[in-house]
Design a protein. Structure first.
Length: 322
């Protein structure tokens, strides 16, 4: 799997990662991102932010990357590991993404307690809020289709694979996720976008197919787009309505972790899966142990005790995996 992410063995030499110096290729990818941001800012200054959502990712990222990769064997799709998705894996990714989106919104809700959204960010959201059929369609196409496609081309298709060839897949996933968070340039989004970027990187590392992180990225942006449509202007930069009680949302996140583990166990390589199962089971054991005295009902205490028993069994089985 690691070899697949580092380069496409079916192409034969040279592919784009063998033909270019990695520093030059990394510079090219980051230049594409910065070019897209610059083009977007030009449209923002011209009061055409919505048009910029469509034009910037195409001119800044998609066309330059296509122009470079098309000159190599098998072209754009094979060079970037864009393959037809499998139905079952697509369903797994959608369920896992829904769980991670809730976690990301929880992190965003906590960040909002300490950081106030910048005024220009709020004004940009107000300007972007669509009214009418054409603006709704254009905004959707930009936010939910072009932006996920363009950003994943760079961050997973180029940056993560360059890092993976030089420092290993796990560190590459973490660093590409960090770059993904930083490039959003909004302080209160930083941590949540880093977490989501790492999740996108994990999808790519686990599947070697760029379609899955593109799909997950589109899901997150679609949630943001729906909020843009339905929330009043004075609430556009606030947390989603379901996330306004951080404690309740935190409990929901805890309940989502077992669901997410089902997906991760299906796609994680065995050594990683072993340690993730141990860590998560130990966490839930300690969490339940601390909370056990707070339950008054014997029935509740019995269920918690059973849950802790399964945590112990999970740790034992995972520890003894060969």
């Amino acid at each position: 799997m690691e070899d697949q992410i580092q380069g496409n063995p079916e192409l034969g030499p040279p592919d784009i990662f063998a033909a270019f110096n990695h520093y030059i290729l990394l510079f090219f990818g980051l230049t594409c991102i910065l070019s897209s941001v610059f083009i977007q800012q030009l449209f923002y200054l011209a009061d055409q932010l919505r048009v910029g959502l469509v034009v910037a990712p195409v001119l800044g990222i998609i066309l330059p990357v296509w122009a470079v990769t098309r000159r190599f064997p098998a072209g754009f799709r094979s060079q970037l590991l864009i393959a037809r998705p499998q139905l079952l894996m697509t369903l797994y990714v959608l369920v896992a993404t829904a769980a991670v989106v809730v976690i990301v919104d929880f992190i965003y809700a906590v960040s909002q307690q300490f950081l106030t959204p910048p005024a220009d960010y709020v004004e940009g959201l107000k300007e972007l809020k669509p009214t009418g059929i054409v603006p709704v369609a254009v905004t959707f196409f930009g936010i939910c289709v072009l932006v996920p496609f363009a950003e994943e081309i760079v961050f997973r298709g180029l940056v993560q694979r360059i890092f993976s060839r030089n420092m290993g897949p796990v560190l590459a996933m973490l660093l590409a996720g960090a770059f993904f968070g930083v490039i959003h340039l909004t302080p209160q989004l930083l941590l949540s976008m880093i977490v989501f970027g790492i999740f996108l990187g994990y999808l790519f590392m686990a599947t070697s197919n760029l379609v899955y992180p593109i799909l997950a990225h589109a899901v997150l942006n679609s949630v943001s787009y729906v909020q843009l449509l339905v929330l009043p202007e004075d609430q556009l930069a606030s947390v989603p309505p379901y996330a306004r009680d951080p404690w309740a949302l935190g409990l929901a996140v805890l309940m989502l972790i077992p669901i997410l583990m089902v997906f991760l166990n299906l796609v994680m390589p065995q050594p990683v899966s072993r340690w993730v199962n141990i860590i998560v089971a130990v966490f839930f054991f300690l969490f339940n142990l601390v909370g056990l005295p707070t339950y008054a009902s014997l029935y509740d205490k019995f269920l918690i005790a059973v849950n802790m028993g399964f945590n112990v069994v999970t740790v034992w089985y995972a520890w003894n995996w060969s």
